[in-house]
Write a protein that binds this ligand. Structure first.
Ligand code: FAD
Ligand code: UDP
Length: 366
């Protein structure tokens, strides 16, 4: 059978595309090299708890169109992400807000917090922040940077903060009100019943093959489809011929514990360098779980090497320049659409992936 589209990757990008294509009467085959669908938003039930197998996923967006879109496939709960940061024996609220500043300096008012931060910033003489370190220092001052940003960021990215792009830290809100909501977005929540069910619904009635690697599959089935939607690594697609892009990988150490509540919060970040992991996720708290046991995952960040899962693109200048070269090659592949976090080499959140997929659908599926 010849399909209209071969979709490589059963993650969010591939699944949105497949769903929209089917609605337009197109035929699709979705393949994924993993043994399951849903890509990085895959959830696995352990002890009655939806465990976010590839890292904690909180849906948040300010785009009403995207929010309405995802709500077709699931009902979302009212979870608000409010992580806690542990620095040595001190504990702080995130993101950086009046609760954080009050705990850090024993102060109460926004005015007092601003004065302390301003004083610290004035001593630094940063006019235009050129990297993550300068961006963080010029937003939050030295104390917040040293205790809550530097160690965490260097563990997470394996590079000094001076060599990282400033946009990474701009993901986090910084505010002078007592508000621990990690996101500024209008809409937020966790899909009740987990993310995998969303993708199951998107792929309902569509041919799917798991345990199927594109590079093997296409050798044996070169004429399987008129066009390909590729959501794997763009550099791998081109046989790394311009060199390898850098990614960060994460190792998840997951444990079932015989207690109903281990850390009292879904996300606890460990911001000092000495603790080898970046954060501990206690999955049940995303869904206000009342199970007798609990499941936690420690996240250990590392450089990506072949054979590992590539989770985060390293969007520094060097890698972005190399990606631009791959993008030029991609533009010449007339029958291949590159999409998603790996295909576009972008630090996309889920809402941005849906936005990007819908944009591609609008152009492609006429
Ligand atoms: P993926 O989900 O990675 O799907 C790509 C699929 O392609 C994979 O299943 C892969 O197996 C398959 N594939 C790759 N190569 C091949 C091949 N050669 N052959 C066959 N199949 C192949 N976003 C949020 O909005 N909120 C969050 O809280 C959040 N937390 C995150 C935490 C972590 C640790 C990470 C890594 C990401 C997080 N994200 C979060 C981002 C979110 O995971 C992504 O935006 C989204 O899942 C990307 O979807 P995708 O379809 O582009 O990629
Ligand atoms: N960050 C930090 N301290 C924290 C949490 C985050 O310095 O306690 C920085 C770090 O550089 C991280 C970035 O903020 O990479 C973005 O954090 P986010 O929680 O959005 O990361 P993700 O969930 O995508 O891993």
């Amino acid at each position: 059978m010849k399909y209209n589209y071969l979709i490589v990757g059963a993650g969010l990008f591939g699944s949105v595309f497949a769903y929209e294509a089917k609605k337009k009467g197109k035929t699709c085959l979705v393949i994924d090299k993993r043994d399951h669908i849903a890509g990085n938003i895959y959830c696995e039930e352990i002890e009655g708890i939806n465990v976010h197998k590839y890292g904690a996923h909180i849906f948040h967006t300010s785009n009403k169109k995207v929010w309405d879109y995802i709500n077709q496939f699931a009902e979302f709960n009212n979870y608000i992400n409010s992580p806690v940061a542990v620095y040595k024996d001190e504990l702080y609220n995130l993101p950086f807000n009046m609760n954080t500043f009050s705990k850090m300096w024993g102060i109460r008012t926004p005015q007092e917090a601003k004065e302390i931060i301003q004083k610290q910033i004035a001593e630094l003489n940063i006019t235009e922040p050129k990297n993550l370190e300068e961006q963080a220092l010029s937003l939050a001052g030295t104390d917040v940077y040293e205790k809550l940003i530097k160690g965490y960021t260097e563990k997470q990215w394996g590079r000094p903060c001076t060599e990282l792009p400033s946009f990474i830290i701009k993901r986090l809100p910084f505010r002078f009100i007592y508000d621990n909501n990690y996101f500024n977005d209008r809409y937020q929540g966790i899909p009740m019943g987990g993310y995998t069910k969303i993708v199951e619904k998107m792929l309902d009635g569509i041919d799917v093959k798991t345990n199927t690697d594109y590079f093997e599959f296409i050798k044996e089935n070169p004429d399987i489809a008129e066009k390909t939607v590729f959501t794997g690594m763009i550099d791998e697609y081109f046989g790394y011929k311009l060199g390898a892009l850098e990614y960060r990988s994460v190792r998840f150490e997951t444990e079932v514990l015989d207690t109903d509540n281990y850390q009292g919060n879904a996300v606890v970040n460990y911001t000092d360098r000495e603790v080898p992991y970046t954060r501990i996720i206690e999955h049940k708290h995303f869904e206000f779980g009342k199970q007798e046991k609990t499941v936690i995952s420690r996240e250990y960040s590392s450089e990506w090497h072949q054979g590992m899962e590539p989770y985060y693109p390293v969007n520094d200048d060097k890698n972005n320049t190399l990606f631009d070269e791959y993008r030029k090659l991609a533009d010449q592949e007339k029958d291949v659409i590159f999409g998603g976090r790996l295909g576009n080499y972008k630090y996309y959140d889920m809402d941005k992936v849906i936005e990007a997929a819908l944009e591609v659908c609008e152009k492609e599926l006429v």
